[in-house]
Design a protein around this ligand. Structure first.
Ligand code: NAD
Ligand code: GLY
Length: 362
């Protein structure tokens, strides 16, 4: 088992662990007990994950709420059912909510934990690759509003994250690749993450492609650890996204618009992100902020991992732009773009000509 600590500078370096390894679900309550005084747990999960892993979390002190599966259910109405259940089972302030599932469950359960009785302990048990490398780390919790993605939420750090890599073997290939999309994101932003370590994730992804696609346990552990450490480094310095943390949104300005305009059903979040990363590399290449070589290498990596890069539908260009302009990544009415630079660095720019922005939107 690997263990890394996520430290938050603004909270006097208060920290929480991420445990990464195979079979961790068998001992969840042993691991949790060191990080919470909770006597009762509300496990939030969905009707896909519960039949697979619900049994592992059953105990005399735990109750379950099983939500419908899907991004379309990541909303206030469904989230409020978690609150209803917490009240019904008389969950107290010292008790805890556990998220067992992917990013949708983690985001919703975390938001519920952040507002129930002004905040109770929250534990993340991510079961998708995307959730293990990204959404369970760093404390962003939210639900969608019909006018925009993740528009209602909090920054609320978990007490502990337990990533059992065995859960990744029941993931569909499509959902596994969805997670790989966020993994590649870290490779493209690595040198801006201000990490003490130098992973060369880009090369790691090239050199270990077969092992990663085959979910070879040791490589998988290492990959998840690298991503969590890179994200931890960013979140440590900028928990509330006043600056640096925005780099984690690489590709997301396009992605959130694509997700919203396709009703959150056509593309997974990771698919929208890989399309968004392709669009932003095209944009950077057009404005000549990256070399032909880096552009070709980056697109080749996306291609080699067989990630989605093409948009299948036609969007109204003005509508697309307006949706991007209503995203949370807008400040002073300007759309912030995280643009790639050479050598796995990125830069945030907000003065990009609309025609360049929309060049890939037909
Ligand atoms: P998801 O939660 O919808 O899970 C994907 C699918 O896999 C679902 O059908 C789910 O039921 C199923 N599933 C989960 N675990 C499984 C398992 N072990 N075996 C088989 N099936 C399993 O999607 P996701 O990709 O995990 O997360 C996407 C969400 O995360 C989006 O809402 C996105 O906005 C959010 N997100 C949040 C952050 C953050 O920092 N909070 C970061 C990135 C993404
Ligand atoms: N996924 C973006 C962030 O956590 O900030």
């Amino acid at each position: 088992m690997d263990k890394i600590e996520i430290k938050i500078k603004a909270q006097k370096e208060s920290s929480y662990p991420i445990l990464i390894g195979s079979g961790l679900l068998n001992k969840v309550y042993d691991y949790i007990s060191d990080y919470t005084d909770a006597k009762k747990f509300l496990v939030v999960t969905n009707d896909t994950v519960y039949p697979l892993y619900g049994e592992k979390l059953k105990s005399e002190n735990s109750e379950f709420i099983i939500l419908p599966d899907g991004e379309i259910y990541k909303n206030m109405d469904v989230m409020s059912r978690i609150i209803d259940k917490a009240l019904e089972i008389k969950l107290e302030r010292k008790d805890a909510i556990i998220a067992l599932g992917g990013g949708v469950i983690g985001d919703m359960a975390g938001f519920a934990a952040s507002i129930y009785q002004r905040g109770i302990d929250f534990i993340q048990i991510p079961t998708t690759l995307l959730a293990q490398v990204d959404s369970s780390v760093g404390g962003k919790v939210a639900v969608n509003h019909f006018l925009g993605k993740n528009m209602i939420g909090s920054f609320y750090q978990p007490k502990i994250v337990i990533s059992d890599t065995n859960t990744l073997y029941t993931l569909s290939q499509r959902q596994y690749k969805t997670g790989l999309s966020e993994v590649l994101k870290y490779a493209f932003i690595e040198k801006s993450c201000m990490s003490m370590n130098n992973y060369n994730l880009f090369d790691f992804l090239i050199n270990n492609k077969k092992e990663i696609m085959d979910k070879e346990p040791q490589i998988l552990n290492k990959l998840i650890k690298i991503c969590c450490e890179l994200k931890g480094s960013v979140v440590n310095k900028d928990e509330k996204e006043k600056g640096l943390r925005a780099i984690l949104n690489f590709g997301h300005t396009y992605a959130h618009a694509i997700e919203k305009l396709t009703g959150y059903e056509k593309y997974t979040h990771g698919e929208a992100v890989s399309i968004g990363m392709k669009l932003i590399f095209d944009l950077a290449h057009s404005v000549e902020s990256i070399s032909d070589k880096y552009y070709n290498d980056a697109i080749k990596l996306l291609y080699d991992y067989d990630l989605k890069m093409d948009i299948e539908e036609h969007f109204d260009r003005d509508e697309f732009y307006n949706v991007m302009a209503s995203d949370k990544k807008v400040s002073d009415s300007k759309i912030n773009f995280v643009l790639p630079e050479e050598n796995y660095k990125v830069v945030i720019k907000n003065n990009i000509d609309k025609n360049f922005v929309l060049q890939g939107i037909k």
